[in-house]
Design a protein around this ligand. Structure first.
Ligand code: NAP
Length: 212
């Protein structure tokens, strides 16, 4: 598949490119700055393309069969960017995918995005933005999968996870394992139109997804 990756230069995005390097898929990494390109191509991007989620990305998405949204405004920008990128940027990308006939859309969301008001107070604005984007995706008619990781870490991945439609608490998961889950979702038949939480666990990723 030709896969368009939003947030390819991010921490999950870079792990994903490394995982995809050994796959049969073509990874089109969307970047915001040209100088990010060579390193990402060394990691595994088949090609890089300039784009910004706050603008129209249709030119950058041409010819792709699937989208993985691994972008985020991050903790160092204000609440306005959470709306501009995590919510409206995601919604614009979903609408563009639909308009272009790109049918598969995989979203990196977050645990507690289902019910933002029950999440930690300092995260509620972010969780509401993720919630709004997730709901838009669910109602888009696209073949979607919404992956909701717990707290991200930079530990080495174990390749083993716990997944469920809803998990209690707010467990942790290495970004490398989130990337493995994203690639496995792309290749699985069981995750279409599914939403699930994922944290570190005892079950190898493909086996965990097969049980969903
Ligand atoms: P990250 O390292 O901050 O990467 C975010 C990526 O988004 C970067 O590549 C950044 O581009 C890109 N981006 C930001 N604004 C953009 C825009 N306007 N247009 C295009 N790209 C843009 O994030 P991460 O650690 O990989 O995490 C990915 C996502 O996981 C988070 O954003 C969050 O929504 C979700 N998540 C996080 C947690 C957590 O514990 N932190 C938990 C659950 C879910 P540049 O490289 O050019 O800056």
């Amino acid at each position: 598949m030709h896969v368009f990756i939003a947030g390819a230069n991010g921490q999950i995005g870079q792990h994903l490119l490394r995982e995809m390097a050994d796959s049969d898929h073509e990874a089109r990494a969307m970047i915001r700055h040209l100088d990010q390109g060579p390193e990402l191509q060394q990691m595994g991007a088949t090609e890089t393309v300039l784009g910004d989620l706050e603008q129209d990305c249709s030119e950058a998405m041409k010819g792709c069969d699937a989208v993985i949204f691994a972008a985020g405004s991050g903790p160092h920008t204000g609440p306005d960017k959470t709306i501009d990128v995590d919510q409206d940027g995601a919604i614009r990308l979903i609408d563009t995918a639909r308009a272009m006939g790109i049918k598969r859309f995989i979203m990196v969301s977050s645990m507690h995005a289902e019910e933002p008001e029950k999440g930690p107070e300092k995260l509620r604005h972010y969780l509401q933005a993720k919630h709004n984007a997730d709901e838009h995706l669910k109602n888009s008619g696209l073949n979607y999968t919404i992956v909701r990781p717990g707290q991200l870490t930079n530990d080495e991945g174990s390749g083993k996870v716990a997944v469920n439609a809803r998990l209690e608490g707010f467990g942790k998961i290495p970004r490398q394992d989130v990337a493995r889950v994203l690639l496995a979702v792309l290749e699985s038949d069981t995750t279409t139109n599914r939403v699930f939480d994922v944290v570190s666990g005892d079950t190898p990723v493909p086996e965990a997804l097969a049980k969903l």
